[in-house]
Design a protein around this ligand. Sequence first.
Ligand SMILES: [Zn+2]
Length: 236
Amino acid sequence: MVLAELADLVLPGACAGCGAERLRLTYGTCAACVAQLESLRPRAASPTPPPAGFPACVAVGPYAGPLRGALLAYKERGRHRLARPLGTLLAGAVAAIAPRDRPVTLVPVPSTAAARRERYGDHMARLAEHAAARLRAAGFRVDVVQPLRALPRPDSTSLDASERATVAVNSLRMAPRIGVLRRDERSRGTLVVADDIVTTGATLAAVSRRLEEADMQVRGAAVLAATELRKTRPGI
Ligand SMILES: [Zn+2]
């Protein structure tokens, strides 16, 4: 019962998972959605094909059902209190990658300034802080660090995989402060990149590349949801 201890947060309104109204909601979702979220077990996830440099990745679940609903409500509809249960779920994915007996450095994928304004804050940084708190409660030593800055990116939907990869890498900058860290400070413990959704994998591959260019070795990535890429059927 990974979320049971969070059952104190009762919110009014529609269920963030399925949209049902006038139900007693626990942390923003109805009982049926809570049960579904609690039944998710983190597992390895990879786009097909994975882009060059895509790290080992663990996802809490597929981007569907209550997980998708809760994530959209959190990200796009400003239901920030969902950060706590979603952070707990994300912690499960981090724990599947990082050994408990070593310090963990959690690096949330950075948001652009425009995205931060639109969403009233950095939604991934907030999720990472909640995941870190949950991991500390479970005995991990965890730091959340944000060594990267995200610049605005052009729309990449019409680009092919290698063009998307270039755009993704070029949109990331190492924060100046990180450049002066000593090597041992950069590589302390297990470095896990955290993101909300993995689709093509271009972002996670780009973040890993930028971090490794700065001598920060990435152990893997933890994400909440993995989209099932649409299969191309012959003749369609
Ligand atoms: Zn529901």
